[in-house]
Design a protein around this ligand. Structure first.
Ligand SMILES: *[C@@H]1O[C@H](CO)[C@@H](O)[C@H](O)[C@H]1NC(C)=O
Length: 230
């Protein structure tokens, strides 16, 4: 008994040592999810009790569309204690970045320094809207600058590596100012595009158990709060 316990202890110590090569330290992360009207009812209290701490909620798209579930999602997330923020689905072919940023800021994408509100997020996906890479970068710049002047924050940019490469030519114009929310439905974020040194949030699948997509903040709860505070 004593021998086998000791042997077991030795073996577990050995397997821990093997699984953690020297120099590798696992960083703390915070789980969250992102949702839109496709999720008609969300168990925010359940998600919070399961350990999730942030929610990204679709607010607007283009300059005419307001997500009909935004307010109920935002209120539900707030009541449950989440750090939360809105996101805007970009329609770069339909109007300027400036006009879309204002529409977003006025309809759910606003920011306040309350420690619970994330800067708004610009969702870039789909095709390249018929734009050249430099025209797309200008469109995004227009959005980012207008959002900054209306809210005081640089918006988060959501993209994936292939979209960013093909639609912006892998622009590094935003890597020092906008946090990156990287979609990569894999077991790791993979190569980070656009000169960002790391992703701030990783969307790692499109089927969170709480609805919508699963997101992981690349830092601990204190750093998440710091992102909210600006
Ligand atoms: C990246 O985003 C584009 C546009 O939304 C999508 O078509 C493509 O499948 C995505 N690529 C990967 C590898 O997920």
């Amino acid at each position: 008994m004593r021998f086998s316990t000791a042997l077991f202890g030795l073996l577990s110590a050995l397997s821990v040592a093997l699984a953690s090569p020297v120099g590798f330290e696992k960083r703390a992360t915070v789980e969250g999810f992102d949702i839109s009207h496709y999720q008609s009812s969300v168990d925010f209290a359940g998600a919070y009790n399961a350990g999730l701490r942030f929610v990204l909620i679709k607010a607007t798209e283009g300059t005419t569309y307001k997500d009909p579930a935004f307010s109920s999602h935002y209120n539900g997330a707030t009541t449950a204690g989440f750090i939360r923020g809105g996101y805007h689905f970009a329609r770069p072919s339909s109007s300027s970045g400036a006009v879309q940023a204002s529409f977003f800021a006025k309809n759910g994408g606003g920011w306040s320094n309350d420690g619970r509100t994330l800067p708004g997020m610009l969702d870039l996906e789909g095709d390249c809207a018929g734009k050249s890479a430099s025209a797309m970068v200008s469109w995004i710049q227009d959005f980012v600058e207008t959002y900054l002047s209306e809210t005081g924050r640089h918006c988060i940019i959501y993209t994936n590596r292939s979209w960013w490469q093909s639609c912006t030519g892998d622009s590094t114009a935003f890597s020092n100012t906008s946090p990156l929310h990287l979609a990569s439905w894999n077991n790791s974020p993979g190569t980070i595009p656009g000169g960002w040194g790391y992703q701030t949030i990783w969307q790692y699948n499109d089927h969170s158990s709480w609805g919508g997509d699963s997101d992981r903040f690349n830092g601990d709860a204190t750093q998440l709060r710091k992102l909210a505070m600006g």
